[in-house]
Design a binder for this molecule. Structure first.
Ligand SMILES: [Fe+2]
Length: 454
């Protein structure tokens, strides 16, 4: 009976490692293989960076370290039979300890390198997959180590200490996984958190029974129980893998659709900007240029990447209120009357009302409403002064004026760079925020060929 079980167990063990490797490769492929990447390269990478192979390499290194240590410690090393050394429980406990420590310290940088070489957009996801597989290898290797543990004192105590350290390492790895997972997605509901708690809880329960039988009885009956339990553990982890890969895929899909929505909204905003510019025949491309200049200013002002993007979108739609201004006023080639000018001045308010409808982006209204405010408070529509004007609107105001001066009009060609520069300089602190104006001057000075114009 026991022989059969033992044989079946060996077959299972080999199958388990093969399956573990295939799953590791499949999860890398599913999560990270992007267009234009070679599958062969990915296979090779998953082969050499596979936690199973890594673990056994670590075992080999640990054995070497222990042997060197023993050689230094035992002066009569040459007289000791090497077979008895490797069978010594003390030696194997030390080997295991060193292996686990090496394994944990090496897994983390390797997962980082894998993410880097796969050019994965989400390195946390790579770390997650990698550590998950490492945990399973650690758990499984630990199971084998208990199976072969000697019961005689003090070796059983050492084996137990080593097991406790292994469980502690396992929990530490799990902690890293949970931490990496939190960064995977903003939408936590995409991941069923409970599923990640089941494997360690189930494992620890089985581990207790398992340990008890092996170390207390160490009989054939107990071994049979151990074999059966090991089947259960294998099945448990294969199931856990399936669930985890499914979850990663769901997270990936959610991120993809999030990207799609983002692309769509950018395209819609750009289409809107073109609509505004098409209405005014003298200011073609104005919105897109103002958006670009605003982003350049924001970058130079040291704003975060996200804020630079936000400024870009706000600037893209800053003149959207012009949709509500009659065409004959907007396209009037001669000087505007006071009444007509009053109508033009309604466009920030109109723009605000339009953009306020976009409830998911409440920040978009800033550029539309306050881009005609002046730093000295003489602007419109609210006459805000200085720092009371939102910072993003102060940036857009400079970009807007710069583009107005560097664009062709029906009555004039774009102004010379020197003239534009002196206008910006002159109005810094009155019309413009001096800080933003200073950055604009730097951009002008760097534009030696004067390429920034219509
Ligand atoms: Fe405007």
């Amino acid at each position: 009976m026991f022989e059969y079980l033992s044989a079946i167990n060996h077959v299972f063990e080999i199958a388990f490692y093969v399956l573990l490797f295939i799953l590791f490769y499949a999860s890398l492929k599913k999560c990270f293989l992007q267009d234009g990447q070679s599958k062969g390269k990915l296979f090779f990478q998953s082969l050499i960076t596979n936690p199973i192979i890594l673990f056994f390499s670590m075992c080999f290194v640990a054995v070497l370290i222990v042997y060197v240590g023993l050689a230094l410690r035992l002066h009569d090393f040459t007289k000791v039979d090497s077979n008895s050394l490797i069978n010594d429980t003390l030696t194997s406990s030390v080997i295991l300890l060193i292996t686990y420590i090496l394994f944990i310290f090496i897994t983390i940088p390797i997962s980082y390198l894998v993410g880097k070489s796969l050019k994965a957009h989400n390195k946390s996801l790579v770390t997650f997959v990698y550590l998950m597989f490492s945990v399973i290898v650690t758990v499984y290797s630990d199971r084998s180590s208990i199976l072969s543990a000697d019961t005689g004192w003090p070796f059983s105590t050492l084996a137990n200490i080593s097991s406790i350290i292994n469980v502690a390492c396992l929990l530490l790895l799990y902690f890293f996984i949970m931490k990496a997972l939190a960064r995977l997605s903003d939408k936590k509901r995409d991941i069923n958190w409970k599923l990640f708690l089941i494997p360690p809880i189930a494992f620890l329960l089985l581990y207790g029974v398992f340990d008890f039988y092996t170390l207390t009885f160490c009989s054939t009956d107990a071994n049979a129980v151990v074999q059966i339990l090991s089947f259960v553990i294998q099945v448990l982890f294969i199931w856990a893998f399936y669930v985890i890969i499914k979850n990663i895929k769901a997270t990936g899909d959610a991120q993809e659709s999030k990207e799609e929505v983002k692309t769509l909204s950018v395209e819609v905003m750009e289409a809107l900007a073109h609509t505004i510019d098409a209405k005014d025949e003298y200011t073609r491309g104005h919105s897109v240029r103002v958006a670009k200049y605003s982003r350049m200013l924001a970058q130079r002002l040291g704003l975060s990447r996200e804020d630079c993007e936000n400024v870009y979108y706000m600037a893209l739609l800053h003149d959207i209120g012009k949709i509500g201004v009659p065409n004959e006023i907007i396209n009037n080639p001669s000087k505007l009357t006071d009444e007509q000018y009053d109508v033009i001045k309604t466009h920030p308010g109109l723009g605000y009302d339009i953009l306020a409808e976009i409830k998911s982006r409440p920040d978009l209204v800033v550029g539309a409403r306050w881009h005609h405010e002046r730093y000295d408070g003489k602007g419109y529509p609210d006459g805000k002064i200085g720092e009371d004007i939102p910072f993003f609107a102060r940036i857009i105001a400079v970009a807007d004026s710069y583009d107005a001066m560097t664009s062709n009009r029906s009555y004039r060609k774009y102004m010379s760079q020197d003239k534009v520069r002196s206008e910006i300089e002159k109005n810094a602190g009155t019309q413009f925020d001096p800080k933003v104006a200073q950055v604009m001057l730097t951009l002008i000075d760097e534009d030696k060929e004067y390429t920034m114009h219509e």
